[in-house]
Design a protein. Sequence first.
Length: 143
Amino acid sequence: MLELTDGRIVALAQSALGFRHGPKTVVNDRTLVIVFVSNDPYTRAYDLDLLEELRREARAGAIVAVGAGAMGDARLELAGMSDASDLELALVDVVFAQCLGLRQSLQFGLTPDNPNVAGVVSRVVKGVRIHPWAGNGADVPGG
């Protein structure tokens, strides 16, 4: 969202618990809060608590819950995904987020393939060197 709108819309990613310790302070009547609801029962409980808290406080301009199963109002329910792992849900969540970013980019009249008017940010990042990996592969899946 940040990149596709050329910085006009700031987007933050945070856990349900982390959101309450700082990022929540910027929520106002122009803020869209999207909660990607986990399928893990323990994590899901915190996600649903956050949704309930946001609805009760009524400070956000809009709240959208994205996930499988019951989540209350303002939701995008992912049918057939109630048994999916959070990794599998993340793939669908990313598609939703990318589509939202694309929509906002187009709404601002930007070119999604090159939304940064100043040319500071582009699809192909320039000047970044790829350094050789010298590790033993313990931190790299399949390594």
